[in-house]
Design a protein around this ligand. Sequence first.
Ligand code: ADP
Length: 259
Amino acid sequence: AEAQLAQAQKMEAVGQLTGGIAHDFNNMLAVVVGGLDLARRKIAQRPAEAGVHLDGAMEGADRAAALTRRLLSFARAEPLLPDAVLPAKLVAGMNVLLDRTLGERVTVQVDTAGAHWPIWADAHQLENAILNLAVNARDAMEGAGRLDISVADVAVAAGDSADVKPGDYVRISVADTGCGMSPQVLARAFEPFFTTKPVGKGTGLGLSQIFGFVRQSHGDVRVDSEVGKGTTISLYLPRYHGVAAERNADAADRAARPK
Ligand code: ADP
């Protein structure tokens, strides 16, 4: 009976999730249909106005496509293609992408001076994770703000941290001067589909994907957040005791590594 109850509760949660997504998707579709309908009525007399409505429809369609893309990649849980990666190099290579994503109101500071160790991870997913953290940080900052990304080698000793197991890690921290998270939001922030953002803007999948990626890479996530002050999210990714591909691009060597 207990198992049945658990199953029923699970089904209820799934129902709520899919209901919520269908609701979001329907809203986006309403924007598309509404825009097309207005455009159709204006096209003969006022082509310029029709164009504005078509743009609106296009935007709705783009949002719906983005939602389904994220849903699909979440459902598929894209396979990891890990390799030896130098996080300092990867993050330094994201400068232009970050500047473009964050716009002018957010100042970005990147510090990779303390990072030398390689890690064993999927570079593409790591880049996505950092970008997601940066976008969340941007969204948390109204007006001007500061985003600090630091990459550093850290040796965590027994008793150092309740969240991170002892060991050698490369720590990637993304710190913002944004609104911070209340204890209620923090408690749920990593749940799939949990979002405090308006319909069509947040999917609530960013942090849960990041958590999944980090755990699959045998790492840990730490969050420090204070309402009104800001949030720091740190990814601890285990040090890889081998040679980074960037320094040893021998194809035969790479092929011989366990995948
Ligand atoms: P989404 O960004 O689509 O809402 P996420 O899973 O990335 O989904 O984040 C879930 C929620 O966690 C956000 O809606 C927000 O309330 C909170 N959150 C995430 N990052 C931050 C941050 N840097 N500062 C404040 N709140 C945050």
